[in-house]
Design a protein around this ligand. Sequence first.
Ligand SMILES: [Zn+2]
Ligand SMILES: [Zn+2]
Length: 76
Amino acid sequence: MTDEQPAAAKLEKICLDNECQDHWNELPAELARFTSKFVYCPFCSEELNLQCSACKESLTSKDYKFCPWCGLQFQE
Ligand SMILES: [Zn+2]
Ligand SMILES: [Zn+2]
């Protein structure tokens, strides 16, 4: 019996602005854990896009339990 972890993905919030991407990449890990709760970009105040961390497809609801594009389960 293998102790295999099921593959899982995360809901990610991203700003589509390239300059913001640099800021986001520099966020400390403690803070990066909370970015999925963000609604607006803290660097440009644009509304964030929701995406799957595994397949990077955009999502329309944060209430999804599974990615509709790649089928992976979302974890908190
Ligand atoms: Zn931004
Ligand atoms: Zn996905």
